[in-house]
Design a protein around this ligand. Structure first.
Ligand code: PYL
Length: 277
């Protein structure tokens, strides 16, 4: 998992309304709406519940330590969605204890290995990698105005790519997998074979050849520039949760409304909505 840098996230809080408008124009749904679509929840019902749902974001000093602006950005995204959210003024164990003592409904916290949301009432766990894969697959479904029976190339067979592939299969898409480490693609194909549609997954060994044969792409690799500008075609639609982005700045200009990429917003929204019953 790529560790975010402050420079990756420092302008997120101030751009949330602008980003929300971009999502509306690309998918006809808002940040909240896409997250509800990903979790299979009714947006109106969820909107009513989240106003009184209190989430403490607890900074974690373990490992490489705190990322400046990380907790504040997570809290800003949650507040934008309508949650009652705050950054705990205590990190680590003290922050967790304080959340329980203040009867928070949930905690969000991240060390160097996992970023999770914990519902303190139901004990449910929302994992950022799983939620990110699921919510970007939902965004691609919305951009495609229905991904059923469409071929989708999932680039990157790690936890994000796996959750995305599983979500796409459940939406009726025909999934192709590719990964720079071929065994990762093979193992994921085996794991997904138990799901409906999982027996017609194909593995694409040659990524450049594959990019010529797929219009819908879910880019979930931890590498930059995995989709070179020259391979971007007129009808290509890309959901790109991978950090850093697999698409160059020039590629983003070519794709315009046919690309969704962010480094925290959709994943945090997907985690939070799936924590709310
Ligand atoms: C959750 C992000 C998404 C991509 N990479 C993940 C990452 O950067 N993880 C590390 C997060 C560390 C947070 C730090 C803090 O500020 O509390 N422990």
């Amino acid at each position: 998992m790529t560790r975010l840098k402050t420079s990756d996230i420092s302008n997120i809080s101030s751009r949330l309304e602008t980003y929300n408008q971009e999502l509306l124009s690309k998918t006809d749904r808002s940040l909240l709406g896409i997250a509800c679509h990903a979790c299979g929840k009714d947006e109106i019902q969820i909107s009513r519940r989240i106003k009184s749902f209190c989430i403490h974001v607890v900074p974690v000093t373990a490992g490489q330590g705190i990322i400046t602006d990380f907790s504040e950005t997570v809290a800003a995204i949650l507040k934008f969605l309508g949650f009652t959210a705050l950054v705990s003024d205590l990190p680590d164990v003290s922050g967790v204890a304080r959340a329980f003592e203040n009867k928070a409904d949930a905690i969000m916290m991240a060390d160097d290995h996992r970023f999770v949301g914990l519902n303190l009432n139901t004990r449910s766990v929302a994992d950022n990698s799983e939620a990110t894969g699921r919510v970007f697959a939902a965004a691609l479904d919305l951009m495609a105005r229905g991904i059923e029976n469409r071929k989708v190339l999932v680039m990157g067979c790690g936890p994000v790519g796996e959750a995305a592939a599983q979500t796409l299969l459940s939406s009726g898409a025909r999934v192709g997998l590719c990964d720079s480490h071929f065994p990762a693609a093979r193992l994921l194909k085996e794991r997904l074979s138990v799901y409906p549609g999982g027996n017609n997954i194909v593995i694409e060994a040659d990524i450049n050849m594959a990019l010529l044969n797929y219009e819908y792409i879910l880019e979930a690799t931890p590498s930059a520039d995995t989709i070179s500008d020259r391979l971007i075609r007129d009808h290509m639609v890309i959901a790109a949760p991978g950090v850093p982005s697999g698409i160059s700045k020039k590629g983003c200009q070519i794709l315009k409304d046919r690309l969704i990429h962010d480094k925290l917003e959709l994943g945090v929204a997907g985690m939070a909505i799936c924590l709310v019953l």
